[in-house]
Design a protein around this ligand. Structure first.
Ligand code: 1CP
Length: 339
């Protein structure tokens, strides 16, 4: 087994810098499109054999050093009792919203092995196939809450912030419920065989630091603390989180995810004795080869004092990225970092 990724997470010496890309299984790959052409996104998420197939695609095609379970952060919200659909071009849509006590009371804390058995089955099947470590994941409570409150994706987060500021107790109640469900869900993933766990906080960056500290951070800490017993590296990624780095460093995560809006050297100075993951701009994959090479070399140089560095994009790979460019980046990271 190639354990370079796990070693980097733990701050151990590695022969080269491991790389994987957020959203590495997905629409930019024609091989994914082919599988997806026959099923809806939710059907795909609930078919372990197909999830295994698409999880393996970027490992086989692009030579990534870690696999990430194919699923979605909103699968757990659906299992909590929020009816979910994915509309072409529009993204996730919930049939109802959670904005009052009655709708909060309707949410349940599911048994993960029953309600999301297909996820645990996918993990078990993947473990038989994989020669690189498998990352399990969930959405962080604040990010998940935005989808439940808004009823889908949002740009302004009006309803989320309105609830947070005008009904803080209700807001905290929702966060507590998502937190409890997420703890059980990630613990089940660890038991099923996930070798690292990542919490995606895609929308943490819309919060003022003081509001993050009050409304989001305590729940991140609680989840990460509950996972310590499994002895798997924990990764916390707060997107748009350059203003929140000190929190991320103290969150209980072993690895701090970084988007591209901060220089990795500055970030390393601020997070201290933690491994970091990131942080090339996903669109930099479009650079011509010589420029991409310079960009990667610079990032590797800037990250040399990190306790550990896992090369990654600063956010998910864009759906129109040519796969050949992603492959080029993987090869360059391997080549330049093993010198
Ligand atoms: O049409 C399709 O085929 C669906 C596109 C797609 C895919 C491939 C969605 C819809 N989700 C996914 C998979 C997915 N989602 C993974 C799989 C594994 C991998 O990384 O390879 C992961 C980890 C996620 C996580 C996820 N889903 C996040 C957090 C990470 C991030 O990108 O910020 C979020 C916010 C979602 C919600 C979501 N899922 C899909 C959409 C269109 C959205 C909404 C995004 C938004 O609100 O802007």
């Amino acid at each position: 087994m190639n354990d370079t990724f796990l070693r980097a997470c733990r701050g151990e010496k590695t022969d080269y810098t491991p790389i994987w890309m957020m959203r590495q299984a997905g629409r930019y790959l024609p091989e994914y499109q082919k599988v997806r052409g026959n099923v809806t996104f939710l059907e795909l998420c609930k078919s372990p054999e197909l999830c295994v197939e698409v999880t393996l695609q970027p490992i086989d095609l692009l030579n990534m050093d870690a696999a990430i379970l194919f699923s979605d952060i909103l699968i757990l919200m659906e299992a909590m009792g929020a009816p979910l659909d994915f509309h072409e071009g529009k993204g996730p849509v919930f049939a109802t919203t959670v904005r009052d006590q009655a709708s909060l009371d309707k949410l349940i804390i599911p048994d993960p092995d029953e309600a999301t058995g297909f996820v645990m089955e996918t993990i078990k099947l993947l473990k038989k196939e994989l020669k690189v470590p498998l990352i399990g994941f969930a959405g962080a409570p604040f990010t998940c809450a935005t989808y439940l409150i808004e009823g889908g994706s949002s740009k302004v987060f009006w309803e989320t912030k309105k609830l947070m500021f005008t009904q803080p107790e209700l807001f905290h109640g929702l966060m507590e419920k998502i937190t409890e469900a997420t703890i059980l869900y990630l613990q089940a993933q660890a038991r099923a065989g996930a070798q690292a766990l990542q919490l995606f906080d895609s929308w943490a960056g819309i919060l003022a630091p003081c509001d993050y500290e009050e409304f989001a951070y305590p729940y991140v800490r609680k989840i990460l603390a509950s996972l310590k017993q499994y002895d798997v590296p924990l990764i916390y990624f707060a997107n748009n989180g350059a203003t929140l780095l000190e929190y991320s460093a103290e969150s209980g995560a072993d690895v701090v995810g970084l988007d591209w809006r901060i220089n990795i050297k500055d970030a390393i100075a601020r997070v201290g004795n933690k491994a970091v993951q990131g942080n090339i701009d996903p669109f930099a994959l479009l650079l011509p080869e010589d420029k991409l090479k310079n960009r990667i070399q610079r990032l590797l140089d800037d990250a040399k004092d990190a306790r550990g560095h896992i090369f990654n994009l600063g956010h998910g790979i864009h759906q129109f990225t040519p796969p050949a460019q992603a492959k080029l980046a993987v090869d360059l990271v391997h080549e330049l970092s093993s010198k």
